[in-house]
Design a binder for this molecule. Structure first.
Ligand code: HPA
Length: 275
């Protein structure tokens, strides 16, 4: 058995000793966006620190809990708090919870994040559904020996974000009268925000928003054949020629203010999922 398989098995055994829940939907909530868990009819909450091989969240705005329950009539597991490359974890650690979710039965993964908007038609507080990404983290969670029982050596990325799920999100947005942007997310390592020249470059290579997460989780989910839907909240406007300083508290404030709309979107999509 590969090392990653063995670690997954340890985590699953621990979780199985606490719950028989078989979630079909996994949820990863980003900076300032954890509120969706209030909507979950909770069955059990496990602390990351108790789960074998789970990393522990170091960022204050991220809690460290794995929540099992029902949402929109579906059995879900939600990560309240996620891991980032800039915290010093390897991308294998960052994405380990996605592997565990898959082992528990999750085949649909919903992700949210806070991101900087570079498309000049986007505004602070907007929600964007991600239809594609660019990985500029400079690393990849699949580097190293490949466990063929988990997924292929060279995963296809032609539909990294499920077209069907994007359509579902767009129809929920229309029904709920929530304006929804669509665009390309570029992932960087962070932790510093970008310089003006970097924003100009990132916009120039085809990205609408920039953030420090989501892409590693997406890659591992696709590796295992999961379907992914991801949303970015635009927390700051990153227009190189009109750049204003931002700080993390203001990013979190914008994320919190947008969270109810994102929550309604994610809940509506989950209710319509065919799982
Ligand atoms: N850059 C990178 N990550 C971010 C940003 C940004 O401007 N805003 C929120 N997350």
């Amino acid at each position: 058995m590969s090392e990653i398989r063995a670690q997954m098995q340890d985590a699953v055994n621990f979780i199985r000793s606490h719950t028989a829940s078989t979630p079909s939907v996994g949820i990863i909530l980003g900076t300032g966006l954890g509120g969706l868990v209030e909507e979950i009819e909770t069955e059990i909450v496990l602390e990351y620190k108790d789960i074998p091989h789970f990393p522990i969240s170091t960022v204050e705005s991220h809690k460290g809990k794995l929540i099992f329950g029902k949402l929109g009539g579906k059995s879900v597991v939600a990560m309240q708090g996620r891991f980032h490359f800039y915290e010093g974890y390897t991308l294998k650690q960052v994405t380990f919870p996605v592997r565990v979710m898959h082992a528990l039965g999750v085949r649909s993964l919903l992700i949210s994040n806070a991101a900087g908007g570079m498309n000049p038609t986007f505004r602070r507080g907007d929600i964007m559904v991600i239809y594609d990404h660019i990985n500029l983290i400079g690393d990849n969670p699949l580097i190293g020996p490949n466990d063929e029982t988990l997924g292929p050596r060279f995963p296809d990325m032609s539909e990294a974000y499920s077209e069907h799920y994007i359509e579902l999100a767009e129809s929920v947005a229309l029904e709920e009268r929530i304006p929804l942007r669509k665009g390309v997310f570029v992932a960087v390592a962070g932790p510093n925000l970008e310089t003006r020249a970097e924003y100009r470059f990132l916009r120039g290579i085809g990205a609408d928003v920039v953030g420090m997460s989501t892409v590693p989780e997406n890659i591992v989910a696709i590796h295992m054949g999961m379907k992914v839907l991801a949303f970015s909240i635009i927390t700051d406007e990153c227009f190189p020629d009109a750049l204003e300083p931002v700080d993390v508290p203001s990013i979190i404030k914008i994320a919190n203010g947008t969270e109810p709309r994102l929550r309604a979107l994610m809940k509506g999509v989950i209710a319509r999922l065919d799982v």
